[in-house]
Design a protein. Sequence first.
Length: 237
Amino acid sequence: MSLAEAKKLDKKFPTFKNEFAIPTFGSLGIKNNKYESSTESIYLCGNSLGLMPKNTKKAINDELNAWVERGVESHFNHPDKSLTPWVDIDLPLLPLIAPIVGAKENEVAVMGSLTANLNALLIHFYKPEGKRTKILFEKQAFPSDYYAFLNIVKLFGYDEKHLIQLEVQPGETYIKTERIIKAIDENSDELALVCFPGIQYYTGQFFKIEEITKYAKEKSQQIKVGWDLAHAVGNVH
């Protein structure tokens, strides 16, 4: 594709690029005789930390000003009537996130961080009983996911042997669905939870969510199935 063609497509399908602050060669300390210090970098680390929207400072300052002017009253009575009182700060986000994840507004909550949310969910959904104590997930899971799984089994008095980690086989680039199905079969009497990501952050694999969930539930209603969709929401249908 030529530069002219790329510009034509950019014009036809406008992006939100200009709404974000993009680090420049100068701000990053990069010296290159071919480019001015004001040249914007090509940012490829949005999966780790996204670029800051340019209106972020104003949005934060609006809430800091509310803290200054109203203190604790800002929970219920924001000085800026166009903004939401803090007690309901998440509610305007629900109609935005619900269609993205394919849920109803009363089925979603916007809160906390990934690790905190996952730990909170595990407390409710990991219910070991008898020999049904194990968690099935992928090797090289997102680090916080792995530690959340390890923490929850330890909380119940178990060790890492109760974590079943499937890894990519030599010569392959992803975990085949057949291997996940086989692992469920082989451990069906001991599985308390099956939990994979929608998209594996390291390999990019898009797991067959419906197929895996259906199979595990058909195998045993006692097997809980969870999906960490942090890297899938907004990226895949």
